[in-house]
Design a protein around this ligand. Structure first.
Ligand code: DGT
Ligand code: CA
Ligand code: CA
Length: 581
């Protein structure tokens, strides 16, 4: 058994959990902030904290924001896999109570009141208490809070079960790599929703072909990321993985070892989606064929199954990219011979949404540009926040103009990458822009966004978006819905109206690539393409590591059926500039 060091994200998750638990217990804000900042720092560091910790707590203290106390805690975590203080808190505060923190609009103080005064310890009990009017009666709560809780509960219960695709990726990659190394293994692949690149993953599905299936299953069972074997058969195993981030989400993984001649059929079957497979099976039946996870058959005769291409070909279909397999329009496109060649991350030449230390980013203009260039990008737009976002030290007109001067200076200091002077400008609640038109007119690139008042009625949301779209200085609508996956639903938008206006006025639409946003989503991005609106995939990077999010946005674009041509920032800068109105 190899010793895989703890992921930074796992360690970060423990500090988040610590802060949550302490907050419910009413700990002072200063301590909480220290733990939350530590979590953020650790989560965004490129080097392995676990490896640094092997040199002792002194090495860790060299990291900005990590003091003696934190450093010692990290060493304990890395050496023992746990933190005694956290174990104690977990015993004092039930998991169900911690989960209440995820209900939008319900902070730790309210959670503490629910726990201490009503003795409510699970989400089910909370629902009951809200439905029976006990919540509304609590001091400082009222009927409105009870409603907020009931609405939020549905969301929390769903999201608690699912993990962001990008969070699952490093985990499943390690496991696949460990299995691939075995001599007895010939092929390993991930199937299921992970392969289809859904924005969240319920569980992982891994397929392998091997000369010795017991050896494959033993290896998985002993993998450091596997916490428990839940079930094991001759060729099938289900395991629970170590907690990912917050001690709540534990991914489970199904491993299936299949014969060579069934590998393609199994990949096809277990990649899904269920809805896609139903159509595939119906198609087979219409041709007098049968398709299952073992192969394609005519009567008892095996026709195909070794590769997915063979399986689709046997049914008279071209290969359909996994991202498109949702029974949306993939079969129509296949029939018409117009399945798109999907955009890839290598097609992307520019990143048009990012932050620097001028507002809430962690790196300077030049550092961001260097990091972008190192990733092969040819141009970026620096888009710091406008003044309404006081929390992020948003820029007013004077500071913005000074910032743009600094961008000009940075431009002169770096070659091989172009930097556009941009701004992420809030569309205010009253539907005006946060900065005057004469300022916006000076920008190379304006990302207009909703941050506040997301819960306004549809009419007002529409008015805000349409005003922004009609503003000739606005280049793109950033994260249009404002949702945070599993945590906050987006604004109530009339998408057809918004897209029609964007198409009429030459305003682009963003797919924000951050794992928790992915906004536009797949369905809406496909609709935007139908309107002929150029899509921009941008990372919204807040540090030099943020560029890695690009893959998530590209995944979402692929699920929307976008080709490189549909994505504006696949063009070189001169062609891209021509597309900015
Ligand atoms: P998830 O895990 O909720 O994110 O979504 P999936 O799509 O990975 O679903 P999962 O893990 O339940 O099953 C993996 C694939 O196996 C699924 O996409 C299609 C296939 N599959 C599973 N159960 C059925 C079934 O009852 N009928 C059909 N046709 N296919 C199934
Ligand atoms: Ca799955
Ligand atoms: Ca599964």
């Amino acid at each position: 058994m190899t010793d895989v060091p703890m992921h930074n994200s796992e360690i970060a998750g423990l500090f988040d959990e610590l802060a949550d638990l302490l907050e419910i217990q009413g700990a002072n804000a200063f301590r909480l902030r220290a733990y939350r900042n530590a979590s953020r720092t650790i989560g965004s560091l490129p080097e392995s904290i676990a490896e640094l910790a092997q040199d002792g707590s002194k090495a860790l203290q060299a990291i900005q924001g990590i003091g003696k106390d934190l450093a010692e805690k990290i060493v304990t975590i890395v050496e023992t896999g746990e933190l005694p203080q956290l174990e104690e808190l977990r015993e004092q505060v039930p998991t169900g109570v911690v989960m209440m923190l995820r209900i939008p609009g319900i902070g730790p103080k309210k959670v503490a009141a629910i726990f201490n005064e009503l003795g409510v310890t699970t989400l089910d009990e909370l629902r009951e208490a809200a439905e029976q009017g006990q919540i509304a009666k609590l001091k400082g709560f009222g009927a409105k809070t009870a409603t907020t809780i009931l609405e939020g509960l549905d969301q929390v219960e769903q999201s608690a079960q699912r993990v962001y695709h990008a969070d699952a990726r490093p985990i499943v990659e390690q496991i696949v790599a460990a299995l691939t190394e075995l001599d007895e293994v010939t092929q390993v692949s991930v199937a299921g929703s992970f392969r289809r690149c859904r924005e969240t993953i319920g569980d992982l599905d891994v397929l392998a072909t091997a000369t010795d299936s017991a050896r494959v299953m033993d290896t998985l069972a002993e993998h450091p990321l596997v916490e428990k074997v839940l079930a094991r058969g001759e060729t099938k195993q289900r395991v629970r993985l170590s907690p990912l981030f917050d001690g709540i989400k534990k991914l489970e993984l199904d491993l299936r070892v299949v014969p060579d001649e069934s590998y393609g059929a199994a990949m096809q079957y277990f990649t899904g989606s269920k809805e896609h497979n139903i159509v595939v099976r119906k198609r087979a039946q219409e041709q007098g064929l049968k398709v299952n996870e073992y192969g394609v058959y005519r009567g008892d005769e095996y026709i195909a199954g070794a590769s997915e291409e063979d399986v689709y070909a046997a049914l008279g279909l071209p290969f359909i990219a996994p991202e498109l397999r949702e029974d949306r329009r993939e079969f129509d496109l296949a029939a018409a011979g117009t399945l798109p060649e999907l955009v890839t991350v290598d097609d992307i030449q520019g990143d048009l949404h990012m932050h620097t230390t001028a507002t809430d980013g962690q790196a300077s203009i030049l550092e961001m540009a260097e990091a972008a260039r190192a990733r092969g990008l040819k141009y970026i737009a620096i888009t710091d926040h406008s003044k309404r976002v006081t929390m992020a030290n948003g820029l007013d007109a004077d500071r913005l103009r000074a910032h743009w001067k600094n961008i000009d200076k940075a431009r002169a200091q770096i070659s091989g990458i172009e930097i556009l002077c941009g701004i992420e400008c809030d569309i205010l609640e009253d539907a005006t822009m946060d900065l005057p038109d004469d300022v916006l007119a000076e920008a190379d690139w304006v990302v207009a966004v909703l941050h506040y008042g997301l819960k306004q009625p549809r009419d007002q949301i529409n008015k805000r978006l349409l005003n922004a779209i009609r503003n000739p200085h606005v280049s793109v609508i950033g994260h249009p819905s404002g949702r945070v996956i599993g945590k906050r639903s987006g604004a109530d938008i009339s998408f057809p109206e918004m897209f029609q206006a964007a198409a009429d006025h030459g305003c682009m639409m963003e797919i924000n690539a951050h794992r928790s946003r992915l906004d536009l989503n797949d369905v809406h991005a496909a609709a935007a393409k139908d309107f002929g609106i150029p899509i921009v995939i941008s990372t919204d990077a807040h540090s030099v590591h943020g560029f890695a999010e690009l893959q998530n946005g590209v995944n979402q674009a692929r699920r929307a059926g976008l080709s490189a041509d549909d994505v504006a920032n696949t063009r070189d800068l001169s062609d891209f500039r021509k597309m900015i109105r």
